[in-house]
Design a protein around this ligand. Structure first.
Ligand SMILES: C[S@@+](CC[C@H](N)C(=O)[O-])C[C@H]1O[C@@H](n2cnc3c(N)ncnc32)[C@H](O)[C@@H]1O
Length: 185
């Protein structure tokens, strides 16, 4: 097992509720999400709960040289690893995703084209979950997309309450199989 996967497993053992998955997402899940992004159009991207940075590194590979990526992560070990990526387009915020609007301000951005979320919504207290969905809606550009992957459909009614349209997909090749939701304003 790679050092990064091992760090992920160790943190799952220490913080099972917030990390919520025993291993990082599969390449199948990652490609399913990232293949939907219009990379030519994407100038600002935010990632919620990047973990050890498997999505983060692939986003940086695919993203325009003049685009910005903000990642918001609670876990100290993961933040250390993410900060070591050392790409000038990357802004690492060590805080909870409730503060997405503050992170946008730190980055000097008013709107975001894509928000990709791997955080476990079902374990967030109700008011926090509501705030995260509302704040994400308010920072997204008119044609932006909030892309959410989860192990259950429990978050769907919360997304549907705020977003005009939510499209669903399913990725079986992941531990655990994942539900995907693409939300438009
Ligand atoms: C299921 S893991 C996903 C990791 C990675 N995105 C992947 O797909 O492999 C969930 C991640 O969200 C982080 N997280 C959970 N709650 C969070 C919150 N409120 N704010 C920021 N990060 C959070 C965890 O520390 C963990 O890194």
């Amino acid at each position: 097992m790679s050092a990064q996967k091992w760090l992920f497993v160790k943190n799952f053992i220490k913080h099972p509720v917030t990390v919520s998955s025993i291993i990082p997402s599969s390449r199948f899940l990652m490609n399913r999400v990232l293949n939907r992004i219009d990379w030519e159009r994407a100038r600002t991207i935010i990632e919620f709960g990047p973990g050890v940075g498997n999505f983060t590194k692939e986003i940086l590979k695919r993203m325009r040289p003049d685009a910005r990526l903000g990642v918001i992560e609670l876990n100290h070990d993961f933040v250390k690893l993410l900060s070591a990526i050392g790409d000038r387009r990357l802004h690492v915020a060590h805080q909870s995703v409730e503060g997405v609007e503050d992170v946008m301000r730190q980055m000097g951005c008013s709107q975001v084209d894509y928000v990709i979320s791997g955080i476990p919504f079902s374990v967030l207290p109700e008011p926090v979950r509501e705030k995260v969905v509302q704040s994400t809606h308010s920072v997204l550009s008119a044609d932006g997309s909030f892309m959410v992957y989860q192990f259950s459909r429990a978050v769907l009614p919360h997304l549907e309450k705020v977003f005009r349209k939510v499209e669903e997909e399913f990725e079986p090749l992941n531990v655990l199989p994942a539900r995907l939701f693409y939300c438009a304003k």
